[in-house]
Ligand binder design. Structure first.
Ligand code: HEM
Length: 398
């Protein structure tokens, strides 16, 4: 295959090709090329030795003992406290709640302190996170991209002054054995190895705030939507929402059907030949069509496009398909968000379910149901399939 360098787009739609491409060292990340304002030089945009060195440092935080602490000790209480006023009020907009909830987690993981602990302070951090999300997904914006990029750059500066600088100062003043387990602290403690300038630390922490917050928040909303629809069509099954292993299967099925980005994207640094024989010329853009890969009927069955938490999977295929990617950039927060995949001999008491599972489980325990007077609306501000608002009722009898 010959083509002018950089002119070709190779779209991959099979599971095997997609996995192969994710694992190729000669295919470089290019999904965020238009989201540079937040995403330049953050982990997911690095390649080769630079990526390996930073990932190695950050992997020391993303370990099972840390996940267990978040899942068992920290997050159930944070979720309950976040939900309480909405249960009291009898309802909430799921889209807002998802982001508020996941922001609380992502701030802990990223290392963004909220010393005041007030609702106003959280609202300000929330507004910054939403701006960063806008910056990272600028390629899909239907608005004025130049003006949006400028607003995002300003937001990064303001957020630094208000939140990041005091968080850095606090960590610098703490002795080594009192450092919190978060990304900021991990980066500061490894400054001798990584030598990151301040603006890179700033973007990396902002990236973790949105990578952890936004993906989990959208999965939260979509999982509840899928589950409500599935239960509606199957009266008598609602009690299964009390079983966290079932809820976790619903999260995995949701993430399979709705990858956080519908495509993965890479650029060929050299000619690449996939095992299937597909040739990728140097400079070509590779589009990994996750939507197609995760709905492959040869793997997931003829009803692959349907939501079915009881689906039986072939060996070697994860229940969430390739929605957490594979290879060097495989999601560092996968187990934190979605837990470990259960097996027939899984012990439900020691199992890691993931934070989205925990939050969705609490919503069903609180009697979540659609609001017949206010149907959900799609978000018109982006070409991506997000919900703009999703009003639900809480409390009372299920
Ligand atoms: C349902 C939730 C989530 C989904 C679907 C998801 C999906 C993904 C995907 C597809 C990638 C790879 C992107 C690519 O290679 O192009 C990725 C990478 C990443 N994710 Fe997640 N993610 C989720 C939750 C989280 C959470 C909770 C965190 C952090 C606490 C996180 C942090 C990251 C980071 C740092 C990377 C970059 C890893 C690297 O480049 O080495 N993610 N995620």
């Amino acid at each position: 295959m010959t083509a002018a360098v950089g002119s070709e787009i190779v779209t991959l739609t099979s599971f095997a090709d997609a996995k192969d491409a994710y694992r190729s060292r000669d295919l470089r990340q290019s999904l965020y090329d238009e989201g540079e304002v937040v995403m330049a030089d953050v982990l997911v945009n690095l390649h080769g030795a630079e990526h390996r060195d930073r990932r190695r440092v950050e992997n020391t935080l993303f370990r099972r003992d840390v996940f267990e602490r978040y899942e068992r000790d920290l997050f159930p209480g944070v979720t309950a406290r976040t939900l309480a006023p909405y249960i009291e009020a009898g309802g909430v907009d799921l889209v807002h709640l998802g982001h508020e909830l996941m922001l609380n987690l992502a701030a802990l993981t990223a290392g963004v302190d909220r010393p005041e602990g007030t609702a106003e302070e959280t609202a300000r951090l929330y507004a910054y996170m939403m701006r960063f999300i806008e910056g990272a997904t600028l390629a899909h914006s239907t608005g004025d991209k130049v003006a949006q990029a400028a607003a995002v750059a300003q937001a990064l500066e303001d957020w630094d002054t208000e939140f990041l600088a005091p968080s850095i100062a606090r960590r610098r003043a703490l002795p080594a054995d009192e450092q919190p387990r978060d990304v900021l602290s991990t980066l500061l403690q490894n400054q001798d190895k990584l030598q990151l300038p301040h603006h890179v630390v700033r973007r990396e922490v902002a990236f973790f705030l949105l990578a952890g917050g936004h993906t989990s928040a959208t999965a939260f909303v979509r999982a509840i939507d899928h589950m409500l629809g599935w239960f509606e069509a199957r009266p008598g099954q609602e009690r299964r929402a009390d079983d966290p292993l079932f809820v976790q299967r619903c999260i995995h099925e949701t993430v399979r059907l709705n990858p956080s980005s519908p495509t993965g994207r890479r650029r060929a640094l050299a000619p690449v030949r996939l095992r299937s024989g597909i040739e990728i010329p140097e400079g070509a853009t590779v589009v990994i069509d996750l939507q197609a890969v995760n709905r492959d009927v040869t793997l997931f069955g003829p009803d692959a496009a349907e939501f079915d938490p009881d689906r039986v999977l072939p060996p070697g295929v994860a229940p969430f398909g390739l929605s957490f990617a594979a290879g060097m950039h495989v999601c560092i927060g996968q187990d934190l968000a979605a837990g470990v995949v259960a097996r027939p001999d899984t012990d439900p008491d020691s199992h890691l379910y993931g934070l989205v599972t925990g939050a969705v489980g609490q919503m069903f325990a609180a009697g979540v149901r659609r609001d017949p007077a206010n149907p959900p609306q799609r978000d018109a501000a982006t070409a991506r399939p997000y919900w703009g608002s999703y009003p639900v009722l809480l409390g009372g009898n299920r």
